[in-house]
Design a protein around this ligand. Structure first.
Ligand code: HEM
Length: 529
């Protein structure tokens, strides 16, 4: 029996045993104890007293003085960051469904949890101010280096507790309201048409896109985010940019962030103690983004003074926030946060989705048929309600996220002691949900090695809703997810409607830079349909 793509609502429904779809047979962990604790149950004294001690959680043993950090050091260490996907899989194979990586110099223990039931329980009990450990560089930048600017309203990214809750509650409604998102269909369609023209011009005689096509995808996502967060066309898709032009500087700044934040955070964290040259560049780069946002927010503010407004619907996202909050700083910080996390995520996701479409022609044809059916006249503008009818196309994207989780995992720092997989875990531990692995585990997903978009449209088969959560879950769920979905759907609808994508080079391996994406030149071929 068919069903429309499970929406987020399906994930937020209260837990009932009836809804849970568990493996019962054929599971490598079939002998293991499932969590005996219901997702929302209070943890009783009895549960704590029956739990095994934290010290018994399995995991790689730290060596004296160097702890476990040495394992991440290139050459001497056994785990390379770009191999993170393999490392997390190795942890599961070697130690089981819960793994402790302790002894990391200068940071709390990491606890990897490979059990979708436990992940569900942790998410559902996380309280009103979940703590997602992330972006230590940004935390230092916002809370120390530019405390003068961010003050008491530092945004949502890298911010926690009451400060996070206050800021999120100011911007969440306008950002996530479908009526706001709907207003961006036409602007994103225009940006995407320009991008497709750009691609058409960039092709060689065979129709192959250039080696640096993944950079071009970044230009498109920058242009989209500029339209959404700054109410402007940044001009990043122009082909004749001079090195000192603003769009080129934006592209360079985004590229710098993409290439270096991972290095700073994962490979060279010495900036925590001394301002290294790379750290100084990072700060200058961030200052550039702050100035950029301030400039465009001031322009929007000026426009708003003379704009005729009869209803809220006449206002853009930015204008709504400017009007309702009356403080341009809030709009600036919101724009900055959206830009900081809204470029790489979507760009890498699109690299992955287009590569999968180009190497899975049968499924691409099914998408093309559906897109043609929903949008029979390519000259007519796209409308929001019709995008919702792209069930198979959305399921294709969901399946790419399941199999090749762009964001390798999510996490929470425990704010209270907990019992996870039968162990007493102290507060302060950073729990990692490695969706890159759990989305491919047979006890949570039937035939996980099969790329099968249909699984998201059918009601049979195993598909645990917490095994693959591309946008996270709960109060801290991705703030830009509606825009991300919109941008991806419009790109696929426009591109695949007109072109068949192919790939005729060496197969690309996936690797973790910061995100998980095909590693190497994405030389897709575009053939007119
Ligand atoms: C396919 C693309 C994207 C993916 C896979 C993705 C994924 C995620 C994930 C997993 C989180 C953490 C959620 C949690 O802790 O439960 C997150 C947070 C966030 N995302 Fe996205 N994201 C994407 C695109 C975007 C875009 C385009 C924007 C901006 C327009 C954006 C803005 C944010 C923000 C602001 C947060 C922080 C929310 C908070 O901590 O309160 N994301 N995203």
């Amino acid at each position: 029996m068919g069903r429309s793509l499970r929406t987020f609502a399906a994930y937020t429904q209260p837990f009932t045993v009836k809804n849970a779809r568990h493996a019962t047979t054929g599971c490598p962990f079939s002998k293991r104890q499932r969590s005996q604790i219901a997702p929302t149950a209070e943890l009783s004294e009895e549960i704590f007293s029956n739990a095994k001690p934290y010290s018994e959680v399995p995991g790689p043993k730290p060596i004296p003085i160097l702890g476990n950090t040495w394992r991440m050091v290139p050459i001497i260490g056994q785990f390379d960051i770009s191999e993170f996907a393999k490392v997390t899989q190795h942890f599961l194979d070697r130690y089981g469904r819960i793994v402790r990586l302790g002894g990391l110099i200068g940071r709390p223990d990491l606890l990897f949890v490979y059990d979708a039931d436990e992940i569900e329980r942790i998410y559902r009990r996380e309280g009103p101010t979940p703590f997602r450990p992330s972006m230590p560089c940004l935390v230092k930048y916002k809370s120390e280096v530019r405390k003068d600017f961010f003050g008491e309203l530092p945004g949502v990214v890298g911010v926690h507790g009451e400060q996070w809750r206050r800021f999120r509650s100011k911007v969440q409604r306008p950002i996530l309201q479908p009526q706001t998102v709907k207003k961006y269909v036409a602007p994103i369609e225009l940006v995407t048409e320009d991008f497709i023209k750009y691609m058409e011009n960039a092709r060689d005689v065979n129709g192959d896109l250039p080696h640096e096509f993944d950079n071009d995808i970044h230009r498109w996502s920058l242009e989209c985010i500029g339209r959404v967060a700054l109410d402007t066309r940044l001009g990043c898709l122009s082909s004749d940019l001079t090195s000192n032009s603003e769009p080129q500087r934006i592209i360079d700044a985004a590229k710098f962030a993409l290439r270096n934040v991972a290095v700073l955070e994962l490979k060279a964290p010495y900036w925590r103690y001394v301002p290294t040259p790379l750290w100084t560049k990072y700060v200058n780069n961030m200052n550039f983004f702050v100035e950029l946002c301030s400039k465009y927010i001031n322009e929007a503010l000026e426009r708003l003074k003379t704009k005729k407004v009869t209803s809220e619907n006449d206002l853009s996202l930015l204008e709504r926030v400017l009007r309702s909050e009356g403080d341009p700083k809030i709009a600036t910080v919101m724009a900055l946060d959206l830009i900081l996390v809204g470029i790489d995520t979507i760009s890498m996701a699109v690299c992955s989705i287009l590569y999968q479409a180009a190497t899975r022609l049968k499924q691409q044809e099914k998408m093309a048929e559906e897109i043609r059916r929903v949008f029979p006249d390519p000259s007519k503008p796209i409308n929001y309600a019709d995008l919702d009818k792209l069930h198979y196309t959305k399921a294709f994207v969901r399946e790419v996220f399941r199999m090749y989780s762009t964001v390798i995992g999510n996490g929470r720092t425990l704010q209270e002691d907990d019992v996870i997989c039968g162990y007493h875990i102290p507060k302060g531990v950073q729990v990692v949900f490695p969706t890159i692995v759990t989305g491919n585990m047979s006890q949570f997903v039937s035939d996980p090695e099969e790329f099968k978009p249909e699984r998201w449209l059918e009601s049979d088969g195993r598909l645990h809703p917490f095994a693959s959560l591309p946008y996270g879950f709960g109060a801290r769920i991705c703030l830009g997810r509606r825009f991300a979905d919109l941008e991806i759907q419009i790109l696929l609808a426009k591109l695949i409607r007109r072109y068949r994508l192919e790939y005729h080079h060496e197969p690309l391996e996936y690797a973790v830079t910061f995100m998980y994406a095909p590693d190497g030149p994405l030389r897709l071929r575009m053939i007119e349909r």
